[in-house]
Ligand binder design. Structure first.
Ligand code: SIN
Length: 294
C-alpha cells in the first residue's frame, strides 16, 4: 500500500510505500538534490513514522549528500577509519564504508565481512540521531543491510522484564567497531567492566515521538551498570534474545544510487558479508543527536 502525503504548499504528493515489514518505507519520485521546505517536512514525518527510508535512483555527489543531510541538523565528524586516516580531504563529515584498497591503502572501513547488529556511535555521550548511506558501488550479491525496529523489540518484552530494566543503564563499548576492528587509539580488551564506553538508559524515550525503544547499541563488551558481571551477561543475553530480525526487521539489497536514511535512536542495523573480490563503496553522513538523560 502506498501512502501519499499531500504537500499543502505545492499540491504535490510524497509517496511512501511501506515495506510491509516491521519498519521502513520506500519514497518515490524524489530528487534529494532538490527538496524544498514543505517536501522536507513530509520526508521528516515519514522518517519518524517508518524509522528507515529508502530512496532509489539518486545521483548524489558528496556535496549533495552533505547538503541534504544538513536539512536534519548539524553533522557529526566521521570517526577516524581503522587505518588511522580521515576519509575525504576537506569533508570531515564523510565516512566511507568500503572494502576497496587503492595504492595499498583501504579507502574506507568495515572491509567485506559481516557487521554485527549495532547502533552507530552509541559509545559516545551524544550519539547521532540519524545516519544516511549513499550507494556508489555495490556487489551483485551479498552485502545486504538489515534494520530492526527497537520500539517493537521493547514492546515485545514481558512486563516484568520491562520493569526490571526501567532504571538500568548499559555501557555501550567503544573498543571495537561493528566489523570487529579495534578503534583508533584504544587498547584491546574483552572485559566489559573496564572497557571504554558510555552508559545509556536501556529503555530510551525517543525525544521526538515519545515512544520507548530498547537501546542496546551492540553486544560485545556491553555491561549493565552496577550488576555483577554474570548477572549483567545473563540479563543482556535475555534482552538480546528478543533482537529477532525475522520478526522485527527488514533487509535491504542495495542497488547503485540507493540512499537509505535511518533513525539511529530506535533502530539497529547489521550487514552481511560479501565476496572480497567485489567492490562495495557507500558514503555515510551522520546527524548530531541530542543530549541524553543521565
Ligand atoms: C554501517 O554500519 O553503517 C554500514 C552498513 C553497511 O555496510 O551496509
Amino acid at each position: 500500500m502506498t501512502v501519499a502525503t499531500t504537500n499543502v504548499a505545492t499540491g504535490d504528493r510524497l509517496r511512501a510505500t511501506p515495506t510491509g515489514r516491521a519498519l521502513a518505507a520506500e519514497i518515490e519520485q524524489v530528487d534529494l538534490r532538490d527538496v524544498d521546505d514543505a517536501r522536507f517536512r513530509d520526508l521528516h514525518a515519514a522518517w519518524l513514522e517508518h524509522l528507515v527510508l529508502l530512496v532509489r535512483g539518486q545521483a548524489l555527489s558528496d556535496t549533495d549528500l552533505i547538503a541534504f543531510s544538513r536539512r536534519f541538523g548539524d553533522l557529526d565528524e566521521a570517526p577516524i577509519q581503522e587505518s588511522g586516516q580521515r576519509f575525504v580531504d576537506g569533508m570531515p563529515e564523510l565516512y566511507i564504508v568500503s572494502n576497496v584498497v587503492e595504492n595499498g591503502e583501504p579507502i574506507g572501513s568495515l572491509g567485506n565481512g559481516e557487521a554485527v547488529w549495532h547502533t552507530d556511535m552509541s559509545y559516545v555521550a551524544e550519539p547521532p540521531k540519524a545516519s544516511i548511506l549513499s550507494a556508489l558501488e555495490v556487489p551483485e550479491t551479498g552485502g545486504d543491510t538489515s534494520f530492526i525496529n527497537m520500539y517493537a523489540v521493547y514492546a515485545a518484552l514481558p512486563d516484568p522484564l520491562k520493569q526490571r530494566i526501567a532504571q538500568l543503564r548499559v555501557k555501550h563499548d567503544g573498543t571495537y567497531n561493528s566489523g570487529g576492528f579495534l578503534r583508533q587509539g584504544v587498547r584491546p580488551t574483552d572485559d566489559p567492566r573496564t572497557s571504554p564506553g558510555t552508559l545509556h538508559p536501556l529503555a530510551y524515550t525517543h525525544p521526538e515521538t515519545g515512544r520507548i525503544a530498547l537501546y542496546l547499541g551492540r553486544r560485545r563488551n556491553a555491561y549493565i551498570d552496577g550488576l555483577p558481571l554474570d548477572e549483567s551477561e545473563a540479563l543482556l543475553d535475555e534482552l538480546w534474545s528478543y533482537v529477532d530480525g525475522d520478526r522485527f526487521g527488514w533487509t535491504h539489497a542495495w542497488r547503485r544510487g540507493d540512499v537509505v536514511l535511518w533513525d539511529n535512536r530506535c533502530t539497529m542495523h547489521r550487514r552481511d558479508a560479501f565476496d572480497p573480490g567485489a567492490r562495495r563503496i557507500l558514503h555515510r553522513t551522520q546527524i548530531k543527536g541530542e543530549s541524553r538523560p543521565a
